[in-house]
Design a protein around this ligand. Sequence first.
Ligand code: SF4
Ligand code: SF4
Length: 436
Amino acid sequence: MTVRGLPGADLCVHCGFCTQACPTYLTLDDENDSPRGRIVLMKALAKGGFSAEDESLMLSHLDNCLGCRACETACPSGVPYGELLEAVRADTLSQRPLQFVSRLILFVFARPALLRLAMLKVRLIRATGLSRLLARMPGRLGIACATLETTRRPSHGIERRLPRPAVARPAIGPDPAKPSPAAAREAEARAHVAVLTGCVMEGLLAPVNRATERVLSRNGYEVVSAPGQRCCGALHAHAGQEAAAQELARINIAAFEASRAEFIAVNSAGCGAAMKEYGRLLAGSPEWRERAMAMAARVRDVSELLADAGPEPAAAATDAAVAVDHPCHLLHAQRLSEPPARVLAAMQGLNARELPDAVDCCGSAGLFSLAQPGLSQRILAPKLENIRKCGASVVVTGNPGCMMHIGAGLLRSGSPAVTRHPVELLDDAYSARSAQ
Ligand code: SF4
Ligand code: SF4
């Protein structure tokens, strides 16, 4: 087995500060499933000289890693764990073939025509109610159906699960639909923004994308289109399909350059984290390196853009108890906690509080919940229990994978709580204000 050099692995001083942040170590209680243990395994793999059986065992511990990067936040030495993991997974891809379902998803997500067809079929399953019917089935089929069911939105015309206030709230603050002359002048100065529509977001959660566009417009940004954009490639990079991730990055760079947007707004934490790292992904390509770095510098999570703009306040459109959870790729990979908090604070009267384990991974991690459903569900269980204990009806989180994984867990456990993206709540608040 050939594993490239592992720049940054030698920064590890084996202090173990990362272990208590690692969901797989805390769940499996095995040093080989901790960040520190995995770094030792990576270095050993790079050194070589092991039997195929030993290599296979070592790789299984690397496969158990969610790639949540909580270890990076905890590490005082600055070990670039996510980068190391992606490099090792890319170099060992031929020794650890991905499961068929993972390969199929990655193949389809990289091909727009196939992706559109696949999403159409999945939406049909949702529209017929089949996903609702099978959501409590045991095993992967039930989990998949419950996951799909969480993407249902009122605008899909079938189900209305988001609790609404029993009485209309009085208007608080200025009407965002009618900006003051000063606000209008300020709005003119704001930037042109292209929204990453994404694969799962546009395919199954298009209302979240429309809400994103509306709240950006309401906060003075001019939303422009970026035709030709594709899946960001995050899933491919995490799975070790480096060449596919690079190809998708190149296509996206060209598409967003053509849009002439100053910023690229991303409402999916995992996608935003991957796009902010396009410079590293294409560092080996002299032709693309500079363009990739320039593109990465323009990428913003939607909460960053909204926080820069204020955002405009409005009365919350729901009086439900809201629990706040932090997506790992927002908190640990992008190191963003304040902008999402400011988005929620813009909703006056919102009954929101942070989950006790809000900084802990939910177990979704892209394809992980499909590839390792058992471990993924064990990691999710404490979060579901915390949601139950705090009595929340709505859980907000800024990543589609987390929304779907937590939402599916809630649905399958019989909880009436639902998951929502923060911009959906803000959009509801603006809509309710405009309707008054
Ligand atoms: S990325 Fe997450 S699961 Fe993997 S070693 Fe780090 S903390 Fe543990
Ligand atoms: S916290 Fe950082 S330096 Fe310490 S063991 Fe973990 S990865 Fe190594």
